[in-house]
Every structure is written in C-alpha cells, then in structure tokens.
Design a protein around this ligand. Structure first.
Ligand code: C5P
Length: 400
C-alpha cells in the first residue's frame, strides 16, 4: 500500500520530533518515498542528517529554501510532489500560522503551495495546548477539509507535567497516513459505526477460560478507518493489546457482556460490524475461587453463549446495516453464504483463516465480501486497515 507513495513530512520544534524518526524509518522501509522539511526549531532537537539517513534523501531546511540551486522554487516542487503531508510535531507557532494562512519558512510556504491532505499531530505543554488562542486555532484549522487531525493524548510530558499534550504515537500516525492515501475523503461524517472486536473469554474460574486466538487487530483497523473517514465510533472489545485513539471504548470479556454492551449502543448505530470472534460455548458452571488442579473436572460441561448477532437482528431498524464476519477454513464461500442468510445480515466478510496473509493475529487479511442482494467482492491480501476501507466502500453501496 505504501510502496512508491510520496509522503512529505514537516517537523516542528518540539521534543516529540524524536518520535517522528520512527515514522520516517517505517515509511521508508515500507517502500514509500519520503521527503522531510525541518523548521529552525526542529533542528535544535534532531539533526537533518538523521532524517536524511532514515529517508534515504537529503532533508530540507530553511537554508535549502533560500538557495538558488533548485530549478524551480523548492516549496512549489515539494508541494506539487506530495500525495500526503504530515506535520508532526505541530507546534503552537506553526498551528497559529496555518490557522491564519501565514507563510514565513519552507514548511508553511509548502503548506500553501500544496493541495494534498495534511495530517496534523500537535505536541506541546498542557498550558500551551489549553490556551484559548491555541484552541481557537485548532478549531479553526478543522474547518478546512484539507486538514486531518490527531489530537494530542494525555500523559507524562517531557516538562514533567501530566496532562494533555503528548503527540499521537507513531502507530496511530502511520495508520492515519495509510488511511489518507487510501481514502482521503471524510465520507463517513455523520455516521455512527459500532464495532465488536477481539476474542471473548468464557471463564471456568478466575484464571482459566475458553477463548480463541483473535487479537482484535481487524476490529481495531475497522475502528481506525471509520474514525479517519469522519465517523463516530464505538468499539466494544474483548481484551486487546493495542487500542485505537478517538474512539468510544467499551471493554468486555465474555459473550454475555459483549451482547449487553452492543445492545446498549446498537440503537444509535447506523452500521454495526461484528468482527469479534465470539467463543461459541462457555463452561456450564463458574467457580469464583481458583479451582485446585486436583479438583479440575476430567470433562467440561459446556453451555451455549448467546448469539449476539441474532439478538441485534431482532432490534434492527430499516436504516441500519448489520455486517458479520465468517472466519472459515477450507471452503469459505458456502458456509459464509449460509451464515449471511441464516443470521439475516446485510453483508458478511468471508475470511479464510488457513491461508498465509490472513486470519488471526497478523497485520494482513484477505476476504470475500458477500451482500444480502447477491453482490460479491474478492479482496486480495492487503493490510487489515486497507481491508477495512474496502469494506466501508462496499457497505456504502449496500441497498437497505
Ligand atoms: O462464529 P461465527 O463464524 O458463526 O460468527 C459469525 C458472526 O456472528 C460473526 O460476525 C460473529 O461476531 C457473530 N457471532 C455472534 N454471536 C455468537 C457467535 C458469533 O454474534 N455467539
């Protein structure tokens, strides 16, 4: 997906600049063409040589801006070249300039000389971030459809304060860049997408459970892709290692809790995507105390867990869309078609879990999308984020 993509990165003067080294390195390793602009302040934190080495291309500074060696003005060249533009860390100063259309260095001139989507990842001290003027500028840039934003998180800052101001982590930045390359429009604004993710756990006692190898990565990719395209997202998730930003998170463990949470949020959802791998059975009894090894039964009595999708199907209104996943081995098509009809879904994602490049745990997936009105779309192996975008494109075209 990133192979050959032209990604321009503007670095501002903040300590979070060191984290952008990882972003540049990851993009370059994935085959993207990366060009880096450093402001004067950025160079106090990280040297141009660092970015030149990581991006395999000279890095640009204001010194390059004023050199007469370029055949065309550098900001015009770079602005026309970029397919997507990241500014990270975005300082209060650069934000102020963007909000007012000012341009007094290479970075801000290149912003005005480009038309591609721009992703902004601010980082600053909490008091700076919370200043009325800074917040006003932040609101202002968001009225411009070119700007896509990754709000800073809360945590320990380099100034030893704990508060808002931490730059989004590199995986969040990388995922958002990938989304912008795939789908730069905010075409899901106004939609609420409800997503279930991860493998549920049915406990026998406080330490033993029936579960499955789902890591929730597909559900997280679905959540990120929807947020990047402007949707409001609720993610009801079984235990997952790495959670997305900008999403309402509802943690659960077993199928009953997942059902309760999904039914709570279902009525306000336009689209519900059931990516969770729900354990189909639970131990018939639960012991609140850890069972000693010698008391473990030689055989386990099992009971079924609720069919969550079936419950949601009963609540579904005509404007709502309900999408399931069918993780299959062997023939994926027939069992998925059967589930699509039996569960009354609008669409299903038939997902081979016995193929390389797909299934549990990995970063890639392949699938066939099937709709209730007979449409089929095969998706070749791609990143889970790209798969999520393909699925939303498919859902958008579904008739009720
Ligand atoms: O496990 P199975 O392949 O039947 O799952 C098909 C779809 O049904 C998935 O979207 C899954 O999240 C959902 N499901 C459910 N409740 C269950 C089992 C599966 O909602 N008890």
């Amino acid at each position: 997906m990133l192979q050959g993509k032209r990604i321009l990165i503007g670095i501002g003067g903040g300590i979070a600049a060191y984290k952008v080294c990882e972003v540049v390195s990851t993009l370059a390793k994935a085959g993207a063409e990366v060009r880096v602009i450093l402001t004067h302040g950025a160079q106090q934190f990280v040297a141009p040589l660092t970015f030149a080495t990581l991006s395999r291309h000279p890095a640009y500074t204001d010194q390059s801006f004023w050199q007469a060696t370029h055949p065309r003005p550098l900001h015009i060249e770079l602005g026309e070249w970029a397919e997507v533009f990241l500014i990270a860390p975005l300082t209060a100063n650069t934000l102020g300039k963007l909000a007012h259309g000012l341009a007094d260095n290479l970075l801000t001139n290149t912003v005005l000389a480009s038309v591609c989507p721009i992703l902004l990842a601010p980082a600053m001290n909490t008091d700076m971030w919370e200043q009325q003027a800074v917040q006003r500028n932040w609101q202002q840039v968001q009225t411009d459809l070119r700007y896509h934003t990754l709000s800073p998180g809360k945590g320990l800052l380099a100034c030893d304060r704990v508060g808002a101001g931490r730059m989004a982590e590199p995986p969040e930045i990388l995922a958002h860049l990938e989304s912008l390359l795939h789908s730069p429009q905010r075409d899901l604004v106004g939609l609420h997408v409800l997503i279930s993710a991860g493998g549920t756990r049915e406990y026998l006692d406080p330490v033993r459970f029936i579960g499955n190898p789902s890591t929730g990565k597909m559900g997280v990719a679905l959540a990120r892709a929807a947020v990047h395209r402007g949707a409001a997202v609720t993610l009801v998730h079984a235990p997952i290692a790495s959670l997305p930003q900008g999403v309402r998170l509802v943690p659960v463990e077993n199928a009953a809790a997942m059902q309760q949470a999904l039914e709570t949020y279902f009525l306000e959802a336009d689209w519900t995507v059931m990516a969770a791998a729900v354990a189909d059975v639970r131990p018939a009894t639960y012991s609140a105390e850890k069972l000693p090894k010698r008391s473990l039964p030689p055989q386990l009595d099992l009971a079924p867990v609720p069919d969550i999708v079936a419950g949601l199907r009963g609540l579904k209104q005509p404007h709502q869309k309900l999408i399931g996943f069918a993780a299959q081995t062997g023939d994926i098509l027939e069992p998925a078609l059967d589930k699509l009809r039996r569960k009354g879904l609008d669409a299903i994602v038939a997902n081979p879990i016995d193929q390389p490049d797909s299934g549990f745990g990995g970063d890639r997936n392949q699938a066939i999308f099937l709709s209730h009105d007979g449409q089929q779309r095969a998706i070749a192996p791609c990143s889970k984020l790209e798969m999520a975008h393909h699925l939303y494109n498919f859902i958008r075209l579904l008739k009720s």
